[in-house]
Design a protein around this ligand. Structure first.
Ligand code: SAH
Ligand code: SF4
Length: 351
């Protein structure tokens, strides 16, 4: 059975190549092409004799996914639907914004956390992504920009696609190390977003490269937070304590994300509770007005820009650094998880 090359070690790949008839120097060139340059196609390994390339096809897969659909929104955001080698699907999203081009990657197929407002959790979780499958989203995006948008380069990577990163920490960490070290993408331009798991966050902080951390807090009040993240078992103050460990260990100031839902967590009293919880912490709050997704509870709605603005001003006056932006790409399934859901639904309808 063919294995994903970047789920193997360099030595594994070296031996496989030699076994299939490559000379030592050719096998070394292949390892370098896969692990240092990000080669995604054996066909392009023209430094190998053709028969060796053909022999390798049955043992080594370089591209962990095939992009089977894409959707482009009016602001230039491009969503890719990746089909994995077992037929499962995930999403990655490229978001151009002035000089910045941010790639949003998935960490799991679906998500088990089941936040009430999120499309990714609607169908539960199928499995974790392997290291190669996470790295592949990055390599695909890099190749895509090179071939289709010359001049644009990837400037930021956020782990904010499908899945809860802390529930696939080993593979995610290996993938981010590969991206940061082997593919020389600055760790300072990578952000991991998590819905909780303070123990894992604090443990990761001790061995992390200087990655950025975003914690999806949503509310300072424990009960309200549990209404929005029903599987949460930890208290908001435990998340804040983990964020503090992150800052102390990495020197990177964490962000708290609040998905704002109309009438649920967007009241001034909610802002005041956040101020009380976060006062004095080295952090920024990022407000995300909810992006409509189909299939969630009918009571979930987006607050008006005025309400978000008022909430932001209240936080600022309370001494909390706050950012927010108007919605992007809302015309085309902007929130993560939706392109996949549409695909999964249409597949099950046609079955
Ligand atoms: N599971 C992780 C990372 C993926 S979600 C986490 O929850 O942090 C990335 C961010 O998108 C989270 O802050 C999440 O709350 C937010 N999000 C999810 N669905 C959204 C939606 N429909 N509109 C706006 N933000 C959303
Ligand atoms: Fe999972 Fe994050 Fe969506 Fe919650 S917001 S269901 S943790 S992907």
């Amino acid at each position: 059975m063919s294995r994903l090359a970047r789920d193997l070690t360099r030595d594994d790949v070296l031996s496989i190549a030699i076994e299939k008839g490559a000379k030592a120097f050719q096998a070394r060139a292949l390892v370098e092409a896969i692990f240092d340059k990000g080669l995604r196609s054996l066909e392009r390994a023209t430094f190998l004799p053709k028969d060796v390339r053909s022999a390798l096809e049955s043992d080594l897969t370089l591209a962990a996914s095939r992009v089977v659909d894409r959707s482009v929104s009016s602001d230039g955001t491009v969503k890719f639907l990746h089909e994995l080698t077992d037929g499962e699907t995930i999403e990655s999203v490229l978001i151009p914004d002035g000089d910045r081009t941010t790639l949003c990657v998935s960490s799991q197929v679906g998500c088990p956390v089941a936040c009430v407002f999120c499309a990714s959790g609607l169908a539960g979780v199928r499995r974790n992504l392997t290291t190669a499958e996470i790295v592949d989203q990055f390599l695909f995006a890099r190749d895509h920009l090179d071939s289709e948008e010359r001049g644009r380069r990837l400037t930021n990577v956020v782990v904010m696609g499908l899945g809860e990163p802390m529930l696939n920490l080993d593979n995610l960490e290996a993938a981010l190390r590969m991206i940061s070290r082997d593919f020389e993408f600055s760790p300072r331009r990578i952000t991991i977003s998590t819905s909780g798991y303070p123990d894992r966050v604090a443990a990761l902080a001790k061995r992390a490269l200087p990655w950025n951390l975003a914690i999806s807090l949503h509310a300072a009040d424990s009960k309200l937070r549990k209404d929005l993240v029903p599987t949460a078992t930890k208290e908001p103050r435990e998340l804040v304590a983990a964020a503090r460990v992150w800052f102390e260990s990495t020197g990177r100031e964490p962000t708290f994300e609040i998905v704002l839902l109309r009438g649920e967590n967007d009241r001034l009293a909610d802002a005041d509770a956040l101020i009380a919880l976060l006062r004095g912490e080295a952090c920024t709050v990022n407000l995300l007005p909810w992006n409509p997704v189909a299939g969630v509870e009918p009571w979930i709605a987006t607050p008006s820009d005025e309400v978000v603005q008022r909430f932001a001003e209240r936080l600022e006056r309370g001494g909390i650094k706050t950012t927010w932006r108007r919605r992007r790409g809302a015309d085309r399934d902007a929130a993560c998880g939706q392109l996949r859901l549409r695909h999964v639904h249409s597949r099950s309808e046609s079955n």
